[in-house]
Design a binder for this molecule. Structure first.
Ligand code: SF4
Ligand code: SF4
Length: 175
């Protein structure tokens, strides 16, 4: 039987004698609160932003929100193959497939389309695997949008929110 060497890369923090006291952590927390209070009240150095008037810029590594693309004829590229849904490590994608009927053929290139397509931003880890897995170039992380919301429903990206507008610029083409 093969042996596997397991290396523990996480060092266990050893508490010193004073850290073991309840009051140490309590005072440490209160000290941070006091520090921010003094900064904001006396030094005019705000520690919060007046959102939404002022916004903190996203990191340059953040690619964007999910967007669903159209082809050159304005048809939705997604054919509801479920590849993105199966690959998503966070189980954040929910798709319901629909059959393309003759009256919908001008909107969809194949037999199936995504009747419902939702991404739960509370689960998504923005890994980009959905984009990588899509065989149709239908989903990209290049859309605009806000991560802030005051209720959970606004953090569910619906198909209507993600799909490019008809007649808008055709983006995200694969070569
Ligand atoms: S970016 Fe990653 S976690 Fe988010 S929906 Fe796509 S595959 Fe899932
Ligand atoms: S977005 Fe792409 S991978 Fe996901 S269901 Fe549609 S065609 Fe398939």
């Amino acid at each position: 039987m093969a042996h596997t060497n397991v290396i523990n890369v996480v060092k266990k923090h050893k508490f010193s004698w004073y850290e073991k006291f309840y009051f140490y952590s309590l005072y440490k927390g209160l000290f941070i609160t006091l520090k921010h209070f003094i900064k904001a009240a006396f030094l005019n150095k705000a520690v919060t932003l007046e959102y939404p008037e002022k916004r903190r810029p996203y990191s340059s590594r953040f690619r964007g929100m999910h967007s669903l693309k159209r082809d050159e004829l304005g048809r939705e590229r997604c054919t509801s193959c479920f590849c993105c849904m199966w690959i998503c490590p966070a189980d954040a994608i929910y798709i319901e497939a629909g059959q393309v009927t003759p009256n919908l053929q001008h909107l969809h290139p194949e037999d199936k389309y995504a009747k419902k397509f939702e991404i739960d931003l509370l689960r998504c880890i923005f890994c980009g695997l959905c984009e990588e897995a899509c065989p149709k170039g239908a989903i990209y992380l290049d859309g605009g949008g806000e991560m802030a919301a005051d209720n959970r429903n606004d953090l569910i990206l619906t198909k209507e929110r993600m799909t490019e507008k008809v007649g808008g610029p055709i983006k995200g083409q694969r070569v």
